[in-house]
Ligand binder design. Sequence first.
Ligand SMILES: Nc1ncnc2c1ncn2[C@@H]1O[C@H](COP(=O)(O)OP(=O)(O)OP(=O)(O)O)[C@@H](O)[C@H]1O
Length: 658
Amino acid sequence: MTRADHPDRDSGRPGPARPDSVLPELREMWWETGVRARAQAGLFAVFSELPRLVRSALAVSWRADRLRTSIVAATTVGAGVLSAFGLIATQRVLVELFAGGPTADKVVAALPALAALAAVTALRAGMAAATGYAQNGLAPKVDREVERGLFEVTTAVRLEAFDADAFADDMERASRGADSTTDLVQSSMNLLAGVTGVLAVTVAVAVIHPLLLLALLVATVPNGWAALRAGHLRYQTYAAGSVRRRRLWLLHRLMAERDSAPELRSYGLRGFLLDQYDRVMGVETGIQLALARRVTTTTTVGAMIGGIATAAVYVLLGLLLVDGQIPLAAAATCVIAVQAAQRNLAVVTFQIDRVYTEGQHFRDYTAFMTRAAEYLPPAATPDPHTPPGERLREVAIEAVSLRYPDRDGAAVDQVTLTIEAGQTVAFVGENGSGKSTLATMIATLRTPTGGGIRYNGRPVTDWDGDALRARIAVVTQEYHKWPFTAATNIAIGDVPTAAEQDRIEAAAARAVAHDMITELPHGYETLLDRTFAGGQDLSGGQWQRITAARGFLRDADVLIMDEPSSALDPRAEDALFQAIRDRQRHAITILITHRLANVRHADRIYVLHQGRLVEAGTHDELVATGGRYAELFALQAAGYDVGPATSTAPPPRQPASA
Ligand SMILES: Nc1ncnc2c1ncn2[C@@H]1O[C@H](COP(=O)(O)OP(=O)(O)OP(=O)(O)O)[C@@H](O)[C@H]1O
């Protein structure tokens, strides 16, 4: 970390606490990849990578829209070539005008060249318009091409992918890469335009007089060097300030977001956070001023050397003129060419930085797409004899284990059990005993790392994954609050059948959600997201009712309910479990809950401990065994056994007499 990254040290102001003791360093941010790479790369590295980056940008653009890509490429190159013709035409005009004889004759003689110049100028303007038009249409197509590709992968990868830290990081970087593709394509095209422009001027000057080429180089290189160097300085400063920026980003969120707003007020953190902000911004301002000084010095030095070089060129031109080596017209054209080349070079240097930086992000995107392929589910090889619409009659879990990446022990360890249609079973056990993990494997959301699961006697791999999942409904503990209406929030429980309103309402009624929803401002059409105008938020228990309704909507053969009532009030909880008990008897229901009173009626209760199945039986059998379940049940029951305690409770304390 540089000295500049310690805001309190640099500001010298006393304060209640050092910012770095309050705001720890955050991990490297994905959006900084490109800048960091550009800051570290020398000019040689930048130049050597440019052709590959431009090629990949053109390839994406080509895939997105061939016609528009061809138009942009053709008009870009065309405009460059025309600028060479423009210069030559200018020179021809000047030659005629500087020739001897009456002015009228000279103008008449210059007319064809003038007409050519006008035509070239008009054509270039037309090409610029065509480029702009094609580029505007190209940008959304490129966006769609890369973004859709990314979403196709992120929505298809197995759930396991999200367990790997590196994958989540890669995915964040890839979304930044997808966003920067349009910029990469655009800056690559602009770079091509700039390079074509410089080349065109170079050719034109060489045609007019080869010696002028040297003059052109001398007059343009110093400015080009200064521009690239200034870019390098900017990137270096940006990269060095990354820790400071991360702190600022965190402070922005802490001071402006809804989540932190209540505590910010209740603990009176306003002044403290604003002070933190002032300290970091104080340092930031100082650094930006120092950068401005260095950039100004560099560009001024470049401009001075460039100016001296340009003056030398003009002296050279003068000498050549006096010596009769070149005509006056060629010298005048050279002056115009130098200016055109300098303009094009400014474009080129700016675009080089951009292509390189955005190119790094794009590389993250392509690397992610390659790596993500490893997480795609294997192509299904459904058993051709599976009758369509076959109901699930039996789930056989055979020595199933699952070990999460980077974890020492197995979350589920060699569990074997069978559940038949018509049964309601419960998984119980302490926190972290593996209940949810086992449920996600039954729901085919995770693949066991050991053992296997059979539906109707056939391994999961013999089934069409989507068709199998369509027969299973899962209400997860970590349900998602979808930013849609209440009706849609329930309807997404069964998207393929596009549920009618009456089915949605019936499911809501079973989950004790109907009355609550009708009381919302727009009933079922109320948008459940406060970030949209008119949106509403719900309480934890209300959300839980909606997610339970989601589970009831699908006519599922297997319903898995993982802690469906943890936030429900006693009346709602009772009604929900009644609805679960009323499920059709041909179906399988798997309950996961810590409220053991709710599983008393289950046909079979499976007790998990540290991933292992340690007990199985009915409530009465397990209580009679006096094992782990009996102990947990007795503990919970004791909490409700308040009768005698009330009678023996100490009398309320009397207020102390004055
Ligand atoms: N995505 C994950 N990555 C790594 N470890 C995980 C992950 N999910 C769960 N675990 C670990 O696996 C073990 C089992 O977790 P699981 O969620 O299955 O337990 P549970 O019995 O459902 O717990 P609870 O009663 O608290 O819901 C725990 O040790 C947990 O920390």
